[in-house]
Design a protein around this ligand. Structure first.
Ligand code: APR
Length: 168
């Protein structure tokens, strides 16, 4: 059946027992609020040290670290676009975050990966438009993973993903 390996959860991503979780970070990679704050709190101070050694990250790109105290083995730190209306390259940058996250996960031979809804909080990206990009990249990478999770933090986002995944 199609999309069998893509699942939608409403959960705190830091609790998920998967190989890789994808954090929504900023260009400093040194932590922040939202999911980024939760990931750093749950992983412990070693994560911040590991991130410091990475020397930041460009917007639309991603970097990977260990998961330290998290159940996840790895954390991909993706820096999503800030929404400025959609004509400033935001869709391409968001798509690239998903592509890079999958690439980094494959390089680590990961079989399972969970994504936060990158850019849809503080960065203001419209939820449905962001989910459309996420789902299209998840579908493109589905054959390479046993499990891909769209980890939503609220029911509204989860419903958007369910709806998109239920149509071809
Ligand atoms: N688990 C899963 N999802 C979460 C969690 C969590 N613990 N906490 C928040 N979220 C959800 C939000 O509801 C939102 O849908 O993650 C999504 C992304 O929201 P933000 O965390 O605000 O990320 P983003 O919009 O990409 O903005 C990034 O926020 O804190 C800073 O350092 C971060 O500056 C960067 C900016």
């Amino acid at each position: 059946m199609k999309d069998q390996s893509i699942e939608v959860l409403t959960a705190d991503i830091t609790t998920l027992d998967v190989d890789v979780i994808v954090n929504a970070a900023n260009t400093s990679l040194l932590g922040g609020g939202g999911v980024d704050g939760a990931v750093h709190r749950a992983a412990g101070p070693e994560l911040r040290e590991a991130c410091r050694r990475l020397g930041g990250c460009e917007r639309g790109d991603a970097k990977i670290t260990a998961g330290f105290k998290l159940p996840a083995k790895w954390v991909v730190h993706a820096v999503g676009p800030i929404w400025h209306g959609g004509d400033s390259g935001e869709p391409a940058q968001l798509r690239n975050c998903y592509r890079r996250a999958f690439e980094l996960a494959k390089n680590r031979q990961a079989g399972s990966i969970a994504f936060s809804c990158i850019s849809t909080g503080v960065y203001g990206y419209p939820r449905r438009a962001a989910a459309e990009i996420a789902v299209s990249e998840m579908r493109a990478n589905e054959p390479a993973f046993e499990r891909i999770v769209a980890c939503c933090f609220d029911d509204e986002n989860a419903q958007i993903y369910q709806q998109l995944l239920s149509s071809p």
